[in-house]
Design a protein around this ligand. Structure first.
Ligand code: SF4
Ligand code: SF4
Length: 664
């Protein structure tokens, strides 16, 4: 089915092999793109940026060989943390100790810094001058946002010292280099490049290439048996470099919703049938059971997490945890998957033995926190196919939106004469990446609470991404629904607050008056969307100087005993109002961008004035796909969602269904 689909789209399709795949798989992908006529249209080849590309693993192995035979007198490490993450078989730390003089330039005083006589504090990339090339070769000059906060030095400054040019600033080093590359009026070209962000005309020329004859003869089929281990950078803390960042630790990971650690991810079938960790009726009882994974004589113990839709006979381990020197937040959490990862098998290995232990760990996943009730009967997630939509959009998304009539109301009607704020979120666009959650946390001084309190449902995020699975446990559809305060026009929280700490304002915002809140939490109890967060303890640290710099000065830093929740970034609304009043005009559509909207890479979020028929958000709210979540409660939410519209290949769908029925 896929092949015939691709054939129908010759010159317009693209086959991409994942970056962790073997050279053989990459060769196949190139050949398929060539056969489909994609070269020059969707695929462009250029010369490599480095004149002679180096196999980094081979170079590192050679260096470690030299270190072991004591041929290295001085080793300067520019960034990185090889003592923690070098391939396991190299035993980098033992080789490093044989070098008389060891120097490390790094952002952190980490495992590698600990083994060196000299550690140079590195300037952050937002504090440094530098240069880089884009994927097509285009040169860009990196400009710092601020002076180094802690007198750090950038890599170009350290290298300049080694090249006998001490005292040069990063700007001077970068400028001096590009002076030799850009001819003509350099000052003018330099200023233009800084202004544009890129050096005009520096993209590499496209090459015409075609596969060698008999290219396929050298490919060897990969024979896999037993269980495979897949190594992946963690979605939050990447390769471990961000492990000391509490925001990223507490951020529920996409799909699993795990916080504060990694786990051995596997399919229900692998947990039940291969490892016998749980019964078929209750596969999720395997969650938290500890397995011991052994490869090449090295072992790690990891808690299991069963994930619907995960590939069978495969276990995914996230890298980056199990650090021994990573600061107060990041040291000692999770397990270190690098211990199993070798230079011959950096992405996956089948050379493993698994032993089930009696131990169990308590993991902190937020998947079932703040659940909306009635998933089956209330259409919290609405979805349909393009074909169904074309046939009758109302049948899928509901012309009948289940909203009670406007007159069915106990309260008097309030007429908004000026602005009336609202939001639309497109579930078709949302990919569940979590960027908006962190943006909201940064913008609004939202604290973290730690793993023990996450386990008690006490995480403080004002915006969460609800993840829903539908269909078979082996191959489910997955839906993401960003959930925040809906600023209900008829807000159930407001009527139960005994001290009027949560009230409506004249522009439709549901506001929280922190000074009035006495902490009864009736509002949170009465909120059907479960978006209110209570400061049970004093989570914010008011004293540490570096944390003061982190906070948004336009937003209150809350204390113990106060309820809080999404404000629709009221500080941004006020800022736009002040600017518009100074210029004696109305706020323009698109002038207010909430922090979550600003950060969303897929532009799934739109905010604006719903009193203006012509505003972008008003138009989205009129789309047939637009609906309010549990609006049948007569809450009249100001946030609406655009239902998820899918466009599956009907032939492929029936193949999947056939295979599923064959496998029961
Ligand atoms: Fe957070 Fe502002 Fe988005 Fe509300 S509108 S979820 S406060 S970023
Ligand atoms: Fe979805 Fe956008 Fe938020 Fe990512 S940033 S989770 S795509 S709404």
């Amino acid at each position: 089915t896929l092949a015939s689909d691709l054939q129908k789209q010759r010159g317009k399709s693209l086959v991409i092999a994942g970056e962790t795949q073997s050279p053989a798989v990459h060769a196949l992908a190139h050949a398929i793109n060539h056969a489909l006529g994609n070269i020059g249209t969707t695929v462009v080849y250029t010369e490599p940026i480095e004149a002679s590309p180096v196999n980094q693993f081979a170079a590192l192995k050679q260096l470690v060989g030299d270190m072991n035979s004591e041929r290295v007198e001085l080793l300067l490490m520019i960034g990185g943390n090889p003592v923690y993450d070098a391939p396991a078989e190299l035993n980098f730390v033992a080789a490093l100790r044989k070098i008389p003089l060891r120097v490390h330039l790094g952002l952190y005083n980490d495992e590698t810094a600990e083994q060196c006589q000299w550690h140079i504090p590195e300037a952050h990339y937002l504090e440094s001058w530098g240069d880089a090339r884009a994927y097509d070769g285009t040169v860009s000059i990196i400009q710092p946002m601020i002076y180094p906060l802690y007198n750090g030095k950038s890599s170009v400054e350290v290298l300049a010292v080694l090249l006998n040019k001490p005292g040069l600033t990063g700007l001077e080093v970068v400028k001096e280099h590009w002076k030799t590359q850009i001819g003509g009026d350099f000052e003018k070209a330099w200023r233009q490049t800084l202004h544009d962000g890129v050096l005009a005309g520096s993209a590499l020329a496209a090459l015409t290439v075609s596969p060698r004859a008999a290219w396929a003869s050298s490919l060897k089929p990969e024979v896999a048996s037993g269980i495979e281990i897949v190594f992946r950078p963690d979605p939050n803390i990447f390769d471990g470099r961000f492990v000391n960042n509490g925001w990223l630790e507490e951020l529920p990971k996409p799909i699993t919703k795990l916080t504060w650690e990694n786990a051995a991810l596997m399919s229900p079938e692998t947990a039940v049938k291969k490892l016998n960790l749980a019964s078929e009726a209750r596969p999720f009882e395997a969650n938290g059971k500890v397995i011991e994974i052994e490869s090449n004589g090295r072992k790690v113990s990891a808690p299991v997490w069963v994930l619907p839709g995960h590939a069978h006979d495969s276990i995914t381990l996230a890298l980056g945890y199990g650090r021994t020197r990573a600061g107060k937040v990041g040291t000692g959490i999770g397990f270190d998957a690098y211990r199993l990862r070798t230079s011959d098998a950096p992405s996956f290995t089948t050379d493993v033995k698994i032993r089930v232990t009696d131990a169990r760990m308590d993991l902190a996943s937020t998947q079932e926190h703040f659940s909306l009730e009635g998933l089956g009967e209330r259409q919290i997630i609405r979805t349909g196919t393009l074909a169904e939509y074309k046939k009758d959009s109302n049948a899928i998304f509901g012309a009948e939106k289940h909203e009670p009539g406007r007159d069915l109301n106990l309260y008097s009607h309030f007429e908004y004469k000026g602005y009336s704020w609202g939001m639309s979120i497109d579930m078709n666009s949302c990919v569940g990446c979590n960027a908006c959650v962190i943006a909201c946390q940064a913008e609004n001084n939202i604290p973290i609470v730690g793993k023990e309190l996450v386990k008690k449902n006490r995480e403080m995020h004002w915006l969460r991404i609800d993840t829903y699975f539908r269909g078979s446990i082996d191959n489910p559809e997955t839906y993401f629904q960003p959930m925040l305060c809906q600023h209900c026009e008829q807000a159930p929280c407001e009527v139960v607050c005994p001290v009027a700490a949560t009230v409506h304002d004249a522009e439709g915002l549901n506001v929280q008056v922190y000074n009035r809140c006495v902490g009864t939490r009736y509002c949170s109890n009465n909120c059907p969307y479960k978006v209110r967060r209570f400061n049970y303890l004093l989570y914010n640290d008011y004293e540490t100087p570096s944390l003061k710099l982190m906070r948004n000065p336009e937003v209150t830093v809350r204390s113990r005993g106060v309820m809080e929740k999404c404000t629709f970034c009221v500080q941004r609304i006020m800022h736009a109002k002040i600017e518009s009043e100074k210029e004696n005009r109305a706020i323009r559509d698109g002038e207010i961008v909430t922090a979550c909207q600003q950060t969303c890479p897929t532009e799934a979020i739109r905010f604006g004035n719903i009193n203006d028929e012509e505003s972008g958000v008003s138009k989205l709210k009129k789309e047939p796909r637009s609906y309010g979540v549990i609006a049948e409660l007569n809450t009249r939410p100001r946030v609406s969602y655009l239902a998820d519209l899918r466009n599956p290949n009907s032939e492929l769908e029936s193949t999947v269904k056939r295979e599923e029925s064959q496998h029961g």
